[in-house]
Design a protein around this ligand. Structure first.
Ligand SMILES: [Fe+2]
Length: 396
């Protein structure tokens, strides 16, 4: 860092660099960068043209300041052929060897010079460049390079006290520039990572849906069952968030797990003979024992998959009951994971309200009465409360 920088500049720079690297949102980051520039250099406004990797152009992201003008984010997009971008990308065009700044006054002086009069092509380029700089009211422009790639150009309006930029101030901008480059790279990295996670998640859910279709193809009585159980389960989860005042982050995690678990809750039926699944009439003791293996088969299929621990618990225990008379382990009350309790109510309601091989569908009213009558024996109280709220809000 140059010694000539004021001590408070140094402090501000360190503080800005520290904050910038922690910000992963580009828009927030740019606001902070511009705020730092405006505060330290007392300029009317500042703006930034940021490179968009996907589209290979630059976007005027934010410009702020009380005086001067404001640009809506993303309003102006400029290509690599824009004179400002071209200037920083072409060393032969630069007015001084030090291409860390472009000062508009220097462009004006150049246009009046003998060289400009002789070189028509250069004169035309610099006339266009000056026009562009005036468009942004830019008195000084500063590029930011990562390796040899130009990733942004920031531009500054005039000084509020109408004096020129000092060497110290230009040094400040130059030091800030390398921190800004690092911070932008960092934010891009996080953006890419987030997009990657989203892509993986969507791919995974598509796989889950394909598996669901495989289960439903086997069991003709469960057509649409998984979709409905997912819908009811997510509705219950929303109500539980309100009842328990669950923090957003915790709830979002629960919701994701519930969605996957609901789609896969009967995956274990893949291992059950079709003759039992589609039997016309009530099941005998042996058949019941075989069908009751499906939660264990399901959890055995999924337990090896990393990140599916909670959904697997939901699948394993979605036929448990608070009184301990459920299966496969006879867990009681709170020993049953919440995710399994949610599935249990949603699954039972849908089973009751659709036709089965051995009986016709119950009405929603009748099914809800049965659920209410069996609170704390077959159905957990909190989940039933949430389900009733969900049904009331959705006219079920
Ligand atoms: Fe089941």
């Amino acid at each position: 860092m140059p010694k000539s920088i004021r001590p408070d500049y140094r402090k501000d720079l360190e503080e800005a660099a520290r904050q910038m690297i922690l910000i992963h949102r580009l828009d927030t980051l740019i606001k902070l960068i511009l705020k730092t520039i405006i505060k330290n250099l007392e300029v009317t406004h500042a703006g930034l043209l940021l490179y968009d990797k996907e589209k290979d152009h630059f976007v005027a992201t934010v410009s702020q300041g009380k005086e001067g003008f404001k640009l809506p984010t993303g309003f102006i997009k400029v290509s690599n052929r824009n004179p400002i971008i071209k200037y920083f990308n072409t060393p032969e065009l630069q007015l001084s060897k030090n291409h860390r700044f472009l000062i508009s006054n220097h462009v004006e002086e150049f246009l009046k010079s003998e060289t400009a009069k002789k070189d028509k092509e250069k004169k035309s380029f610099f006339t266009q460049l000056l026009f562009q700089l005036n468009l942004y009211n830019a008195k000084v422009s500063i590029p930011g390079f990562f390796r040899d790639k130009l990733i942004y150009v920031s531009f500054l309006g005039r000084k509020k006290r109408k004096n020129n930029f000092s060497r110290k101030e230009l040094s400040f901008l130059s030091v800030l520039s390398s921190d800004v480059v690092m911070a932008i790279q960092n934010a891009w990295y996080f953006q890419d990572l987030k997009a990657q996670v989203e892509r993986n998640k969507s791919l995974f859910l598509q796989t889950v849906r394909a598996l669901t279709a495989a289960i439903e193809a086997k069991d003709k009585y469960t057509f649409g069952h998984t979709e409905r159980v997912a819908k009811y389960s997510l509705g219950i989860t929303k109500e539980i968030k309100k009842i328990k005042r669950m923090p957003n982050k915790k709830w979002e995690g629960l919701q994701e797990d519930v969605r996957v678990a609901a789609f896969l809750h009967d995956i274990g039926k893949i291992g059950i003979p079709e003759s039992i699944l589609n039997k016309n009439g009530p099941l005998n003791k042996d058949e019941l024992r075989i069908i009751q293996e499906h939660p264990l088969i399901g959890s055995a299929i999924l337990e090896k998959i990393e990140g599916l621990n909670k959904p697997t618990l939901g699948i394993r225990y979605h036929h448990e009951r608070p009184d301990g008379k459920g299966y496969p382990e006879g867990l009681k009350k709170d020993k049953i994971p919440l995710i399994a309790q949610i599935l249990s109510v949603a699954d039972s309601f849908d089973a009751m309200t659709t036709d089965r091989p051995y009986r016709k569908a119950f009405s929603s009213e009748k099914a809800l009465t049965i659920i209410k009558e069996n609170i704390n024996t077959q159905f957990p109280e909190l989940v039933v409360k949430a389900f009733f709220k969900y049904c009331k809000n959705n006219n079920i």
